[in-house]
Design a protein around this ligand. Structure first.
Ligand code: NAP
Length: 272
């Protein structure tokens, strides 16, 4: 079965390509890197020839409100039109748990418009909403940092490993379309401020976390349950503390002390 992975060079996309190939599928990564641009339509028709499934794990290069909205609206529209022309039978997209509760944020307004376009199209679909990746946790601290302090709300958060996200999305790709939303999350709930304290302590990072119920997340105010999934979510296995000790050991063994590949979301500014 040919499965085209839009954003196949990214953090999640590259893991999905590998996992699908390991299971004997023809997984084709597609992104500007390989001459396929969903924003302009370049290379799309050729990439989708004979494809049964398209999975979209792309992300906008800019998180500025108008740019991110244009990215998800235009690229999703182009992709769905090309899929209809190519006779693709299943569109899978990765979104974020709590998207509909975070609409004060330009990023999440863009993600909800992506979801609405998919729901309104003629292509059978599955939307996988995942919680925050473990790989993104340290960057959440950076976005909330002012001087030596990090101000965060004590909202619940249930993060998961990028590897587990890719496994979950890969499984959906080889299954039947659900024509709805499925949620995936990590096995543990934390308070956001506590999670960042754990992360910073393990990394010997001296920044002080200040608990502030009014502190914003990507420009949006959080309540206790904004970021956590419903009761039907599938829970992944990797525990944060195990991932964190592996990740810090790996960081110490790389010459620059940096992680080898950061999520695009992690590399960009995340708004207020
Ligand atoms: N971070 C989190 O905690 C989190 C949680 C839940 C869901 N998500 C969702 O997960 C998804 C993937 O995130 P990620 O961190 O894996 O992304 P990433 O590492 O930033 O990768 C982004 C990918 O998008 C591709 N791309 C950019 N512009 C494109 C274009 N015009 N046409 C086609 N492809 C394009 C990039 O290709 P090039 O390399 O060629 O530029 C790259 O392969 C996002 O949609 C995000 O909303 C994130």
């Amino acid at each position: 079965m040919k499965i085209v992975v839009i954003g196949g060079s990214g953090l999640i996309g590259s893991k999905i390509v590998k996992k699908l190939r390991d299971h004997g599928h023809e997984a084709v990564p597609a992104s500007p890197d390989s001459g396929v641009n969903t924003l302009t339509g370049e290379g799309l028709a050729e990439a989708l020839e004979e494809a049964s499934v398209v999975v979209d794990v792309s992300n906008s290069p800019s998180f500025e409100d108008a740019a991110v909205l244009t990215f998800f609206q235009t690229s999703t529209g182009n992709l769905l039109n090309a899929e209809a022309a190519a006779g693709v039978g299943h569109h899978v997209a990765l979104s974020v748990v709590g998207t509909e509760r975070l609409l004060e944020s330009g990023y999440f307004r863009a993600k909800i418009s992506q979801e609405k376009l998919i729901e309104g199209s003629s292509i059978p679909y599955s939307i996988v909403r995942a919680t925050q990746f473990f790989e993104f946790v340290n960057r959440l601290a950076d976005f909330a940092t002012d001087g030596n302090t990090v101000r965060l709300a004590p909202a619940l958060i249930q993060p998961m490993a990028a590897d587990d996200v890719a496994t979950a999305v890969g499984r959906v790709c080889v299954g039947s379309p659900v024509n709805g939303i499925v949620e995936v999350a990590g096995p543990q709930k934390f308070r956001l401020d506590e999670l960042i304290r754990l992360d910073l302590r393990e990394r010997h990072d001296p920044r002080e976390v200040i608990t502030d119920p009014r502190a914003r997340y990507s420009g949006a105010e959080l309540n206790e349950r904004t970021l956590v999934p419903g009761d039907d979510a599938s829970l992944a296995e990797t525990r944060f503390e195990n991932w964190l000790s592996r990740s810090t050991a790996q960081q110490q063994s790389t010459p620059s002390g940096k992680e080898p590949r950061l999520s695009g979301l992690a590399r960009k500014s995340f708004g207020g």
